[in-house]
Ligand binder design. Sequence first.
Ligand code: PMP
Length: 299
Amino acid sequence: MTGHWALYQDTLVPRQDAKTDIEDRGYQFGDGVYEVIRVYGGKLFLAEAHAKRMERSLRELRISFPNCVERVLKGATLLIEAEWIDDGIVYLQISRGAASRVHQFPTPDPIPVFSGTASPLPRPVQLMEQGCEALLLPDIRWLRNDIKSLNLLGAVLSKQQAKEAHCHEAILERNGILTEGSSSNLFIVSKGELLTHPANNLILNGITRQEILRLASEKAIPWKEKSFTVDELLAADEAFICGTTTEIMPLIQIISINEQNKHERHKIGSGLPGGVTRTLQQAFTRLVEACAAGSGNKP
Ligand code: PMP
């Protein structure tokens, strides 16, 4: 369980008093959306971008939730102040609300349930420094991964399989193309160019991903939103995963499962974090430090 306080319908309540109805549609159908916002030095990081993405996810699910951006920023701020978060995360979710169970949207519209928690979480410094391993798996998820919905079973099963293979992440393949990680976006560096899957329905357009593309432009690193195959990944000079909690984490080894159900190991590049990855990590860390040094909980 997380913390002493919870956000419930825009208000802070003691954690044990935050209760969801058993017919909440988030609970029964995964009918809702969520966001995870980073906190550095007690300040929200890129919070407005997260709030806007949440607004978009709600629109795609046709859940009416007025003043989403303002409410998300306010709720997140209330939580980090109540929990005295230094480096950590805020988790926020909005479900369609509670109603008698039918698949279609209930009429009248139930009241959406807006809830959240905040918890401490240090930066993953060791893995960022040394790099990590990923398990290559088929992408078993649905076809609207652009929506940050509560339906995460594809990610849950993939991440568990990765854990059982002693890997930090599962990277997912659909029709020979790598889409993303189970909870991260995926980049490779090939012939000096940074590549990542286009932001379409097959991936979540990560806030970290977007920030990395901006930093790449700033650093004059050539980049393209272009999908790549498993062979291209295995032949890449560098690869990394990224996300709100992951930041920029080098991928140094990929494990694939062959037809005999045996694991095969493939080193990426030299098997050590690469130069482009390091440049982007340093630029990203400067943003993190600027956030932590800033005044007030600015988005
Ligand atoms: N893809 C998926 C499937 C994810 O769950 C996440 C983590 N939320 C990401 C990408 C990275 O997104 P962000 O940088 O916004 O955390």
